[in-house]
Structures are given as structure tokens and as C-alpha cells.
Design a protein around this ligand. Sequence first.
Ligand code: ADP
Ligand code: MG
Length: 626
Amino acid sequence: MGKIRILDEHIANQIAAGEVVERPSSVVKELVENAIDAGSTRIDVTIEEGGLKLIRITDNGSGIEPDDCETAFQRHATSKISTGSDLFRIRTLGFRGEALPSIAAVSRMECITSADNSGLGKKIVIEGGQLLRVENVAAPRGTDIVVRDLFYNTPARLKYMKTIQTELGHVSDFLYRLALANPHIAFCLKHNGNVMLRTLGNGDLLQVIAAVYGSSVARSMLPLQGENIDYTLSGYVSRPELTRANRSAVSVVVNGRYIRNYGLVQSLLGAYHTLLPAHRYPVAILRIGMDPSLVDVNVHPSKLEVRFSKEAELHKFVEGEIKRVLRDHVLIPQLPAKPASKPAVVQEQMEMYHSPPEPPRAQPALYREQAGLETEEGKRKEKTEKKSENPLPQVGQVRNSRNDGPAASGGAFRQRHGWPLPEAQEASPPLPKFPQLSPVGQVHGTYIVAQNEDGLFLIDQHAAHERINYEYYYEKFGVPEQASQELLVPVTLDFTPAEAETIRHHLPLLEQVGFYLEPFGGQTFLVRAYPHWLPQGAEKEIIEEVTDWILTEKKAVDLSRLREKSAILCSCKASIKANHSLSSAEMTALLQRLGECRNPYTCPHGRPVVVSFSVYELEKMFKRVM
Ligand code: ADP
Ligand code: MG
């Protein structure tokens, strides 16, 4: 007796559901795609509890013929292809005939549909894959599908569902993509009664971009329009000054289908090469058209990935088109001439919290100092015997206090996560005292050369300034209450509806560091007040980066990390960059303030601030000692 049996249809559907129906957003995706394939011009999506309780999709498309109603819910039942060769010229989003039976297998489903304007239609009720009823009902043309209690009969899957917010995030993200891919369809998404997205369906992609990302994003977009014999490209890309912390605002649409494609995103980023700061990404909607025979959509169960037959050509075309648009529109860098204004701001800031620099001591010229080294040689040699006291990295040995400093508590973990050192450091013992240094000069507008009787020191001026500023701002963000100022001209920030939810959630936290944001209808927030000591001219940018960071970190955000992050952002903005020459008075002030820092040895990103060469090492290098 053989042991192999063909599985019954019920089990087969549950297995297929495991692939096709991963979470509520997959149901929304499949059902909305069906509505799109049915030629709908308006699609309403209503969900409750992130979709776990209820998902309802109502469309005004072709409807399902009465005779097809039961068949549609069977496995491998589709009206979209009939022969093998159809697979190579697919123009619809669906074709596998798996969605309806798979969803029906893991939920309680009701479908009312009518294929004409008679006012009559069919109602099908299925629970856990069992057909319960088919009846005649009154119905307008189109289809109305309700999915309740998703995964009620597959507890293992249900257990893997995340919070309602997370599931909602996935659903709305999918719907944004589908709306961006179909500007001629009017979409409406409601969650627990609140409208999360509404598009007009008038074919205006910019309107959809405004509905999804906010109107200020829509205003910063540049239109794409190009073609060659094989491909067409339309859509929008953002001006380089509008960036995001991750690539989630990049959407690629091929023949109307939203897909994930690493190569095409790389082509997009390639086109921006050098125009974007490190780790920043544009907002983009790339709509690519091609003959269906050039793309294989049958490579992924949920059809999110596709394969192109002339991939390299496609990448080249897309990159070239976007480059051209950026070149045509972005002739002059849009960033305000920061380098020119920086020194003044920096100077002001330094004065604001540096005790006024002492009148510059006469700075001996380099050669005289060297001469000095010679005359006092004996004395210094003696000092350098106690080399171990020197807390600074020696030449060829860069100290990273995250790993080896006294402040390295939890260093490995924080380093892995790119976190800076915990600055509160209440628990950690103070670092060795920073030596008294006198500046000798500046190298390449970037490094300060300094000395004391122990040796020679090189200080990265930007890292040093960042450290000083960081500690200054960190203190400041600890007591923000009295500091926030009301704005005369309020700044507004736009988000996607799901992002707006996250921000709303974090408003009390933001207030604790002095950023007062106020919901201003829908996805827009008004910045009512912020600390008056934010680096001048960079206020908006800092608030945007702080909110961006919250959106990326979500759950990991707490007050101490927010304080750290805000302080780091301010210190970067306020610090002198490399290639800026400093007067001796400025160098003296910088070194003195550095010495007053809790941790003068690394910048807030963990890079070293200072390296040293002991007199002994110098002497060894010059073979004065053996
Ligand atoms: P597929 O989309 O791959 O064909 P589905 O299981 O998603 O498979 O749907 C099965 C069939 O049911 C479709 O081919 C289509 O004929 C019909 N159908 C499903 N949803 C709708 C809808 N909203 N409007 C009209 N027809 C639909
Ligand atoms: Mg389908």
C-alpha cells in the first residue's frame, strides 16, 4: 500500500494561504489588485484593528458573473489567463487564481457582487474555506468583499501578528503604493473610522503624492518623462534637498504593478550620486512601462518581485533619464551657501558659551618651539618615563573610548547600533584629565598642532568642536522648559498618515526636549515652539531630522536617546568644518573648552579627537635615543 495521497482542496488552500496571506496587508493588496484588474475607478478600503478584525474592499468594477461566483473561490480559478503562452504577456495584476480561496481559507468572508446594472447580485458566505451560503441579493454593479477575523482558525499565524499600529502601517504602506501606481483610481482608506488616505482619481500623480507625503513634498518634486524603443519612464523624483533617512519613500511601478527591485533603486541612487548627503534617500515614484514580454512577473507568490530580460539596459535607461532631469532642474545647488555663513555663526556660538578667550599669548613659531625642545631635552626625557599616564592615543594607536576607555559601559552594543556614548555617564568614573596644551599652528585648515612638555598633539578641530558643542547641547536639552520660544512664523511639517500617527504618539516626548508640535489637520504639524539656542539657520533642518529619526527608530525612542540624538544633530550643525582656518585665539579657546569636556577624547560619533606623539617617540623617530 502506497502512502502518498493528493491533499484535499481544503488543506491545499490553507497551505497556499500560508504563502499568499502573510498578514492583513497581504489581504488588502490581493483584494485591491482584484478591484484594479476589474477596471474599477473607485476603491474604498475600510479596516478595523489593523485589519485583524475586519477588512472591507468595495469597488465599482466589472463584478463577477452569477455563474462564476462559486468558481471564483476555488483554487486555480482565474478569468485572467487561459493558456500557457498567456503567462508571457500578462497585463493584469493577478493571474494565479489563488487569492480568493486562500483568504477564504483563513477568515470569515462575505462577497456581494454584481456584473451589471440590474440592481441584482449574488452574496457568497464562506468561513474557514467552507462555503456556507450563496444567495440572491440587491447589489449595485461592482464587488464588496468583507473579511472578518483573519487567521481565526490558524492560531499559529495569528500569534505572529504585531501590534495594531504595525499592521496598520503595513496596510497603509501598501495602499500608498497602489494609489501612487494608479492615479486614475479614487482610493479611500479608513481605519477605525478615520480617513487615512483619500485620492481623487483624476489621473494627477502629483495630487496622490500630496495625499501620501504631504503638499510640501509634492512641491519639491521634479517630473520624469522619457522613453526609448523598449521602455517608457514617467513619475517624479525629489529635488536633492528633500531627503529621507531611508528608502521607504521610493516606489517602483512596472506596467502598473508596484514592485520591489533593488537594481532599479540603485539606478535611482546612482543618478543622484554626490547630490545626496551620506545615508539620505530621495522621494521618488518611478513608473516604468515596457512590453509585457520583457518582464517575468511569475517569480514570487505575491508578485512583488519580477525579473527583467534586459536588465542592464533598463538600469542604464532609468539612471540616464533621472540624471538628465536632475541636471536640467538642479543647475545651482539649492542648499544655502552654508560654508560662507558658517564661520560667523560658529564664532558667535563659540563666544556664547566659551568664556571669552584670554588675550592670546605670544605664540612661538614652530621652529622656535622645536628649538625649545632641544634645550629642555633632559627634563622631558625624564617626564616621558611615566608614559603610561598619558591618556591619549599614541602614534599608530588610535584610541576609541567605546572599547577601551573607562566610559565603555555597554560599548559593544552601542557601537553595533551606531549609538554614541551615553553621555550622562553618572555611573562611570571621570576620564583622565585632559592635558594643558598650547597651539602651535594649524595643518590643512583641519588639524590643530599643539604641544606641552610631554610631546606633540594633533587635534581634529571639527571633532573637537563637535564634542564641545555636543556636551553643551546635551546639557541644554536636559532643561528645555524655560528655553522654548514661540515662533512668529510657524514652521510646518508634512508626513504620511501613518507617519503622522507615530509623530502624534511622540508629541509628549518631543516636548520634553523643547520641541512643541501641534497637529494641524491630517498629516501636517505646526512647530509652535523650539529651544531658542538651536544653531541659527538650521532650526527647521534639525526638527526635521529629529522627527525623521523618530520615524525610523519608532519603538527604540526614549527620552535619553532623543536627548542624545538632538544634541548630536545640533552639534554637527554648529561645528566648524574641516578646511576652516582658525586664529591662535580661537585655537586656544577651542583647546581650553575641550579640556573642560567630560569626555574630550572622542567626538559624539566615537571618532578620536586627539592623537599624540610623546617626546620619547619623537626622539626615537629622529634616532636621538635608541
Ligand atoms: P486572480 O486575480 O489571480 O485571477 P483571484 O483568486 O484573486 O485570482 O480571483 C479569482 C477571480 O475572481 C478573478 O480572476 C476574477 O475573475 C474574479 N474577481 C475577483 N475579485 C474581483 C473583483 N473585485 N471584481 C471582479 N472580479 C473579481
Ligand atoms: Mg487576484
